[in-house]
Design a protein around this ligand. Structure first.
Ligand code: ZN
Length: 498
């Protein structure tokens, strides 16, 4: 049904903040100022993406035109066999840029596309990859070979970062708690520059799993590590908390949140008695805390590594909107608004990605860079459709930044994927769902209902479906068909010639 009337959201809305996987969301009632709708333009065709000639062919998957006539909704512009054949290469790459959408599967991408680009539109980053496939994400039960069909981000990150399946909560250790070498550590030891970027806390599963090895994802800082990961604690002869290991692994560029953990104090070792922040300074890290200071950076290397701490916890999300509730789809449709509690001093994922590439590209040997949009997952847990969609759009914009680099630097492999599926589903607008629902007005000027039905009252749960994979550049053809997420480690390793 065509709906030409834009219905604005209610004036007061509940904004959810800071949802960790293990904790319930904290509800804070905040007034939302005069709504500033994000997508208000009627649907129009996206301009075609310019096609590169030297690094495979990017897609222009816009629909052809009138979606109501025969062939009008098709996205394929021409027969692609020859173009794909010509783009396939297994030559070694200099650069790998890996994008992870936390809790981002087909459902999250489709909902975001419908809202921001229209059902027949496409994302100029997320949707243009010539090779796509899917990977399985199951994890293991700790200490066993038994399968857990629903992974968390820690077991998932351990799998794609190290090639080893492990248990939920594991940070780059195997099912028996034995440390596994990560792709970032491997690339670094082979002389590549490295970068680790996220919109969440730096100690959260994805960034942590690239640079630390602990038995529980909770072990952010020394105090918690003594309790939850005693074998990893420095005072017990371990490698220390996630934050301490992040500092020691020393990627050339590390951007994200999680500043709070740096206030904790080391219990043993060279920096015993000092805060982890003081340790970073003593280790010659260039610490930046906002866009302005980030943009003053001119170099990032092992003598002068870069540490961006842009929030105490997770970075504030881009968009906000009404919270899903039981029978939420029976009310009026809403538009998403810019998050009023987000300041332009906080860098966007696109800005962090651009700066990280800028700093890493000067390294002769090349680089490995991981970029995570982490709060797609957090907002999914909180049944916050607008928060989730805004972070998916942010991921798309960051990918566009990387694609622009790859077009100029043909020896670049870009991989885009998620780490596990999640709860949100697009359901009929008149559905009588037992779950929590919210109805949004999309760019098509059509109502879309998003359903969250994996928890009655607590945090919404991950789900166990396979997750989309996509790639561009040499070795991209390997990201086709059905893979397991452990394949990612080996595909990247091979692409680097390691
Ligand atoms: Zn999660």
């Amino acid at each position: 049904m065509k709906n030409s009337k834009i219905i604005l959201p209610v004036v007061l809305s509940t904004v959810l903040v800071a949802c960790n996987d293990e904790s319930k969301p904290v509800a804070v009632t905040k007034p939302i100022p005069t709504p500033t709708p994000v997508p208000t333009q009627p649907t129009k065709p996206n301009p075609p993406t310019p096609l590169p000639t030297d690094n495979g062919e990017l897609l222009d998957p816009s629909s052809r035109g009138d979606i109501s006539v025969n062939g009008g909704a098709t996205r394929l512009k021409k027969e692609r066999s020859e173009a794909l054949k010509a783009s396939i290469s297994n030559r070694n790459v200099k650069h790998v840029i890996l994008f992870i959408g936390d809790g981002t599967s087909e459902s999250e991408i489709t909902a975001a596309r419908n809202y921001a680009e229209g059902a027949a539109g496409y994302f100029k980053g997320l949707d243009v990859f010539p090779f796509t496939g899917a990977y399985s994400t199951y994890s293991l039960i700790k200490g066993t070979k038994s399968i857990d069909y629903v992974t968390d981000s820690a077991a998932s990150a351990t799998a794609w970062a190290t090639g080893t399946k492990s248990y939920n909560g594991a940070i780059s250790v195997d099912r028996d708690a034995k440390p596994q070498q990560t792709i970032l550590e491997l690339a670094k030891s082979a002389g590549f520059a490295t970068g680790n970027v996220t919109t969440t806390e730096l100690q959260d599963a994805t960034p942590a799993a690239l640079a630390a090895h602990v038995t529980s994802r909770k072990c952010y800082a020394p105090t918690q590590t003594s309790k939850s990961c005693p074998k990893n604690a420095l005072e017990k002869g371990g490698a220390g908390s996630i934050t301490e290991q992040l500092l020691q692994t020393k990627a050339d560029v590390t951007f994200g949140g999680g500043g709070a953990s740096f206030k904790d104090v080391a219990k043993a070792g060279t920096y015993s008695g000092k805060t982890l922040f003081d340790q970073a300074i003593a280790m010659n890290y260039q610490v930046v805390t906002d866009v302005k200071s980030m943009n003053t950076l001119t170099e990032a290397n092992q003598n002068k590594p870069v540490l961006g701490l842009f929030a105490d916890g997770n970075l504030p999300v881009m968009w906000s909107g009404p919270k899903a509730q039981v029978d939420g789809n029976k009310g009026a449709a809403s538009l998403c608004t810019a998050n009023p509690s987000r300041s332009s001093n906080t860098p966007t994922l696109k800005e962090m990605t651009a700066k990280a590439i800028d700093l890493l590209k000067t390294h002769q040997k090349g680089f490995f860079l991981q970029v995570e949009s982490g709060s797609i997952d957090k907002r999914n847990h909180a049944a916050d459709a607008c928060g989730q969609i805004g972070e998916t759009v942010a991921l798309d914009e960051a990918i566009q930044e990387a694609l622009a680099f790859a077009k100029q630097n043909p020896d670049t492999l870009i991989i885009v994927t998620g780490d596990h599926a999640h709860t949100s589903q697009i359901i009929p607008n008149d559905a009588d769902s037992p779950g929590k629902t919210v109805k949004l007005l999309t760019k098509d000027q059509v109502e879309m209902t998003i359903n969250y039905a994996t928890s009655k009252d607590g945090s919404q749960e991950h789900t166990g479906a396979q997750v989309r994979t996509a790639a561009y550049g040499p070795h991209a053809a390997n990201i086709s068909g059905l893979l397991d997420q452990t394949d990612l480690f080996f595909i990247i390793k091979k692409a680097f010639g390691l």
